[in-house]
Design a binder for this molecule. Structure first.
Ligand code: BES
Ligand code: MN
Ligand code: ZN
Length: 495
């Protein structure tokens, strides 16, 4: 689907979407079209519940000059922010595809709100693109009525050059989000650790330095916990190390760490069959980190950032690790593996330690589909945020709200930490019960944070995949975290 910007034409026709503000206030274009059409829009509104509330839609059909005439509620002036504009763009795309249309025009009448018309236009275009994502490469016989029909969306705005410029700044976001959604959507027979690393290697073209450590190299470094998880798999584990150092010379980087379990069977502590296919997206954290690196490089961010992904497959075979095994982490601390299904923390502790030893980061943010328990706590609305640093937490939360990737801070503390003490090793990988499962997982990770490092862990288990989708995200892989990380870096490290 293509996006174009254009100036106001003399007259409109075809599929046109126009703004209506709260309390049925028609903006200029809606008013003009209504007058030419003898008040047909007013009558349609009167016969409906449409009020012009933010993101409300009403399609008016049957007028001779127009195909679908879509009224777009923009709400009160101050409600039309970037997020709302993106939703509108996404809603227009969904409506057009549902109706089997090939082209649609969205008219951006000026609203005296937070954004200029050019910015509104650019964010409508962004939302439209984000909603248009499809992962259909494995469909060989799609019926015509299942296909996306929309080929072009034209955004009409008086300041075309400004809109094009604003959109050019946003476009790398689309590429990065799609890159992540592709990684996360791929089945595990296609995307295993080596293949993930190979795809990440493409970022070299954008100027990212990509290094890939194999099992022998990780063994030398002493990553016994990570390697223990991968040892039951035919597929080799990988540590993916990406560097984008475009900030001040000598300035310590920020480190992004991602959980990349390309498939999580649970290992010997095997998961039940129902829903196990979901565990192909247990690499959503690594997907987000890799997409964020692509976005930073794509927009040439002036920051020093390293992205490190622990890539493994958690399988049960004759060589798999057993419950009760004790492994030695790169930090030197030992772990009693009580449950092989609590594998995320085992690979992350070595990746985090490596990041700190090698890059001495000023801050470290880790993303993982770590616990089912976070879904019990927060559902699919917010990711859990665990941190040793309140300013960092607040900055991440702010970045998340700005891009619509919301976080909720969860507690940590010594009483929780004690729950993972082991009788025979330094710690065990799960506590005795299921209580506070997301918190004890975070406590485990915190034992691998070095003195003075600002650290945050985002448990995105409820957010990486969407069963129903939303205005700008079709159902499936969401790429949650890509925009959040990018915004956090833009707001805090590039000034
Ligand atoms: N990858 C899972 C967590 C998960 C569950 C992600 C559902 C997305 C959706 C993780 O490795 C896991 O298995 N966690 C266990 C931990 C338990 C054994 C302490 C869990 O949540 O049940
Ligand atoms: Mn697991
Ligand atoms: Zn897992």
């Amino acid at each position: 689907m293509k996006v174009e910007f254009s100036a106001f034409p003399k007259a409109f026709s075809g599929n046109v979407a126009v703004f209506v503000a709260a309390e049925k206030q028609f903006l200029a274009t809606a008013k003009a079209i209504d007058q030419q059409g003898d008040g047909f829009l007013e009558r349609a509104v009167a016969a409906s519940r449409f009020s012009g509330a933010k993101c409300q839609l009403l399609s008016v059909l049957g007028h001779e000059k127009f195909g679908r005439l879509l009224l777009l509620g923009v709400g009160k002036a101050r409600e039309l922010d970037a997020r709302a504009a993106e939703s509108l763009g996404g809603l227009v795309v969904a409506d057009a595809n549902a109706a089997g249309q090939k082209a649609v025009t969205v008219v951006v009448d000026p609203v005296k709100g937070r954004l200029s018309p050019a910015e509104v236009a650019a964010h409508i275009a962004l939302g439209a693109r984000l909603r248009s994502y499809r992962f259909d490469k494995y469909k060989t016989k799609e019926k015509p009525e299942q296909k996306a029909t929309l080929e072009q969306i034209t955004v009409v705005v008086s300041t075309v050059a400004d809109a094009r410029r604003a959109y050019a700044r946003l476009e790398p976001t689309v590429d990065a989000v799609f890159f992540t959604r592709d990684l996360v959507s791929e089945p595990a027979n296609v995307l295993y650790p080596v293949e993930f690393a190979r795809r990440a290697k493409e970022l070299t073209k954008l100027g990212v330095k990509v290094d890939i450590l194999d099992e022998a190299e990780m063994k030398k470094l002493g990553m016994g916990a990570l390697l223990g998880v991968g040892q039951g798999s035919e597929r080799d584990s990988q540590l993916l190390v990406m560097r984008w150092m475009n900030g001040p010379k000598g300035q310590a980087p920020v480190a992004l760490i991602g959980k990349g379990v390309c498939f999580d069977t649970g290992g010997i502590s095997i998961k039940p069959a129902g829903g196990m296919e979901d565990m192909k997206w247990d690499m959503g954290g690594a997907g987000a980190v890799t997409g964020a690196m692509k976005l930073l490089a794509g927009r040439k961010a002036r920051a020093n950032v390293v992205g490190i992904c622990a890539l493994v497959e958690n399988m049960p075979d004759g060589n798999a690790q057993r419950p009760g095994d004790v492994v030695k982490t790169m930090s030197g601390q030992t772990v009693e593996v009580i449950n092989t299904d609590a594998e995320g923390r085992l690979i992350l502790c070595d990746a985090m330690w490596y990041a700190q030893e090698k890059f001495k980061p000023q801050a470290m943010v880790e993303l993982s589909t770590l616990t089912g328990a976070i879904i019990v706590s927060l559902g699919h609305e917010r990711a859990g945020l665990f941190s040793n640093n309140t300013p960092l937490s607040n900055k991440l939360r702010a970045a998340g709200s700005e891009v619509g990737e919301k976080l909720w801070r969860m507690p940590l503390g010594p009483k929780y930490d004690k729950l993972i003490d082991s009788d025979i090793a330094d710690m065990k990988n799960v506590s005795n019960g299921r209580d506070g499962g997301s918190i004890t997982a975070a406590q485990f990770l915190q034992r691998f944070v070095q003195e003075g490092v600002a650290w945050a862990h985002l448990d995105i288990a409820g957010m990486a995949w969407s069963g129903k989708g939303n205005d700008t995200i079709p159902k499936g892989a969401t790429a949650f975290g890509v925009r959040l990380l990018d915004r956090w870096i833009a707001d805090n490290y590039e000034r």
